[in-house]
Design a protein around this ligand. Sequence first.
Ligand code: SAM
Length: 425
Amino acid sequence: MYGITGYSNGYHQNQQQHSSEEKRGGGRRRRGGRRSRHPPGFRVSDHHHYHYNNDDDDDKQEQKAPLPCTDFDMAYFHSYAHVGIHEEMIKDRVRTDTYRAAIMEHQSFIEGKVVMDVGCGTGILSIFCAQAGAKRVYAVDASDIALQANEVVKANNLAEKIIVLHGRVEDVEIDEEVDVIISEWMGYMLLYESMLGSVITARDRWLKHGGLILPSNATLYMAPITHPDRYNDSIEFWRNVYGIDMSAMLQLAKQCAFEEPCVETITGENVLTWPHVHVDCYTIQHDELESVSTRYKFQSMMRAPLHGFAFWFDVEFNGPTNSPTNNHIPSLLTGASNNNHIDGIQKKKRANPNEALVLSTAPEDPPTHWQQTLIYFYDPIEVEQDQVIEGSLTLSQSKENRRFMNIHLEYSSGGRSYVKESVMR
Ligand SMILES: C[S@@+](CC[C@H](N)C(=O)[O-])C[C@H]1O[C@@H](n2cnc3c(N)ncnc32)[C@H](O)[C@@H]1O
């Protein structure tokens, strides 16, 4: 899944390399799309309607009133009505094959069970679950893409098994609990797009005790990077343009190139030290998503200019029995607390004690449509081998639009401290 400006999900046509601003430039659209043709919670079929915004007071629904659907949310759902974003996601074979493999790996759990696909899009994951033997699949999507999903389901003779609900997970009603929740909710820097909250809502409303959530946990990584080519290409370039000194452009170039996070691909060669910081959450709750903080401390493996930080994530597909926190409320994100300090040992990759299937967006792994997210400094910092780089990171939902993410990065090295604030829109 994605992130964006105007699009709210990160899909942009005519994508280019480099900064997210450039990347977004080609396909940028205005916010505030048209309203959905149906009210929330409408079953996409000829004769069945589902209730929505029902005030039933049973245990699961007592939790919390759902967040209202704002104009920003409507624009976000509208962005998912475009075929291009689904084409790009489905063509991301690392993503789609890993989901299918995870479903097949848990086939014995899924067979004969009730599944909910949170944000079904074209219905592809729902169909994989039906193929794995699910008794019934509730395929929920608030975007008009649900209408297409329903056609796809019918064309594959799965209408008896897959019930497409066109509405927000927060608003639709179903008459039973589910055994499995599947969702592809991950945004850039994992949390961008704020879809995880909807998975939590579905979990708390319908998942049976001991049920399965795919993916079961997720980790966000960060690493300091050096990227001279990128810096030279966007900044140093202005020093000599066809023999003309255009250094007067430097400040503007830095501002424009590096103000916002950039979605682009880096390689292991850019990484100054392998990551040792992760942001994990145990049995995550809605309020924990509002702001996630961590402290970090790295030691550079080489002498090089430090240009910024790269971020990526992975998700694991553990079964319910492997999940360390699957007691009363199954965890969605598991691992260490979200206030980690590193302890000095730098590992290239984290251990995977459960040998779970992992969908990774790391620079050393096969590329995905998420690429990596880069936060560049306006000016590089020269670091020596073994020099310490430390600070803190806070990711918080924007008050203006919770689909946007505020990034507060503090870093210090060589006795100097810096702060970089950016917004991922
Ligand atoms: C990243 S796409 C995944 C689509 C599909 N599951 C796939 O894997 O190809 C996420 C989908 O979730 C939908 N979505 C996001 N939040 C939702 C919510 N609260 N209720 C219903 N649908 C939602 C979006 O409209 C979008 O179609």
